[in-house]
Each structure stands twice: as structure tokens, then as C-alpha cells.
Design a protein around this ligand. Structure first.
Ligand SMILES: *Cc1c(COP(=O)(O)O)cnc(C)c1O
Length: 227
């Protein structure tokens, strides 16, 4: 586990340095969906600082088992508004907000918990029907609307390009997300920061880093093929 994690961290650092970035500006989200708590604990012991979970019920079980461990929890899966309560209790950052309805539900729960919930807006850059995320054309308007909610704070954007065998094919999608980020920065929307770009997985994270990723979400390269 430690070896795999060290190897990935080395590849992340090399990719950053290779394009003139400071390695610390790219953080690894260790994607632990379907991985049991024992192995996730091993990953934490081996140095995983951020976990990424996709399913609320599964995350609740692991969160309880691993409570108190020195790790951040990020939610990267599709989130239903009726699960907002659990999400707000567990997660430091929710990568997958794609509607005003969901943002409102998170805002309400965060207020109850005396918390300001950090979120990213998931953008469906590739416009695949099967993919979650707001359409690029609707992203700015959604962010303006969400910026009015006091207990959520937009920290950036997330995307998932189509699956390709060759990582280079994902580059245009990463680049398009970075351009959208730039356009949003130019608008200077109050309370909205664009410091995070969550993009890149096992097969394409180096390309994502070259295009500006600040959070890469990696599972398979660390835990092996998921059960
Ligand atoms: C599963 C998943 C990942 C990790 O994918 P790997 O190819 O195993 O690295 C990243 N992001 C999201 C949203 C996922 O669902």
C-alpha cells in the first residue's frame, strides 16, 4: 500500500514539476469507494490525507469505523438532495453539486449544523447524457444563484471526461474546464472562489495536472481493480 501510494505521489509531483507547477498545488484524493474500512485504514496509515467516497450509506459505515483518523473526507459521487443531511455531517468538500435544489438542501443542513459547507460545481463538459453535472452553458448562472446561499461556499469546479484508452484524448475536456474556470474568475462573483479544479483519475491524471488540476481523484492505481 505504502509503495503504491508513494509511487502515485511521485508521479503527481513529477507531472507538476514537468509543467512548471509546484507539486504542493496538486492534492491526491484517494478514491476508496467499494474498498473496505480495513484497507482504507491501511491507506491512511500509509499517508493518504484525503479520501473520496461515492455512496452515502457506504461512506457512513466507513466514517463511523474510521472516526477520528487524521484524514479529510470528500464526496465525489452523485448526491441526492434527501441525503444532504448525511453529506454535510461527514464531508469537508463535496465535489458533485450540479443543481440549485441540491445546493439549497446542503445550505439548509449546513446552517442547522453551524457549518459552512465547501462545494465544487460538477460540470458535464462532454455533454454525455449518462454523465452528471450542469451543462457548461448553465454553469455561470447556477454559480451566481448558489453564491447567494450563506452556508455553502463554492471553491471550484469538477468534471469527469468520457472514458478513453489514451489519456491524451481527455485533454480537450480538461482544458475546457480550466477555460470555464477562467471565465468565472473574470466575473468576480462575490463569495465564489475558483481555487480548485477537480479532474483526473487513474488513467489520465498526469494530463489533468498539465491542464491545471488541483485535486486528482485516484482509486484503481492505489487499491487495484475494484471488487
Ligand atoms: C471511481 C471514481 C474515480 C477514481 O477512478 P479510478 O479510475 O479508479 O482512479 C474518480 N472520480 C470519480 C468521480 C469516481 O467515481
Amino acid at each position: 500500500m505504502k509503495e503504491r501510494l508513494d509511487r502515485i505521489n511521485k508521479r503527481i509531483a513529477d507531472a507538476a514539476i514537468g509543467c512548471g507547477r509546484i507539486p504542493e498545488t496538486v492534492r491526491l484524493v484517494v478514491v476508496s469507494k467499494t474498498i473496505d474500512a480495513d484497507r482504507v485504514a491501511e491507506a491512511i496509515d500509509a499517508g493518504a490525507a484525503i479520501l473520496g467516497e461515492n455512496y452515502i450509506q457506504e461512506a457512513r459505515d466507513k466514517f463511523t469505523t474510521l472516526y477520528g483518523r487524521p484524514v479529510q473526507w470528500h464526496f465525489i459521487g452523485h448526491l441526492q438532495s434527501n441525503k444532504a443531511k448525511y453529506a454535510v455531517r461527514m464531508f469537508d468538500l463535496i465535489h458533485s453539486v450540479e443543481s440549485l435544489k441540491l445546493a439549497r438542501a446542503l445550505d439548509k443542513e449546513a446552517r442547522k449544523n453551524g457549518k459552512v459547507q465547501d462545494i465544487l460545481i460538477q460540470v458535464n463538459i462532454s455533454r454525455e447524457e449518462t454523465k452528471s453535472g450542469v451543462a457548461e452553458t448553465g454553469a455561470v448562472e447556477l454559480i451566481v444563484q448558489i453564491s447567494g446561499l450563506e452556508n455553502v461556499r463554492v471553491k471550484g469546479l469538477m468534471t469527469m471526461p468520457p472514458f478513453f484508452d489514451a489519456p491524451e484524448q481527455a485533454r480537450p475536456f480538461f482544458r475546457q474546464l480550466a477555460r470555464l474556470r477562467d471565465r468565472i474568475v473574470e466575473r468576480s462573483i462575490p463569495r465564489v472562489s475558483m481555487q480548485e479544479l477537480s479532474m483526473g483519475m487513474t488513467g489520465d491524471f498526469e494530463v489533468a495536472i498539465q491542464e491545471g488540476a488541483t485535486l486528482v481523484r485516484i482509486g484503481t492505481a492505489i487499491f487495484g481493480t475494484r471488487p
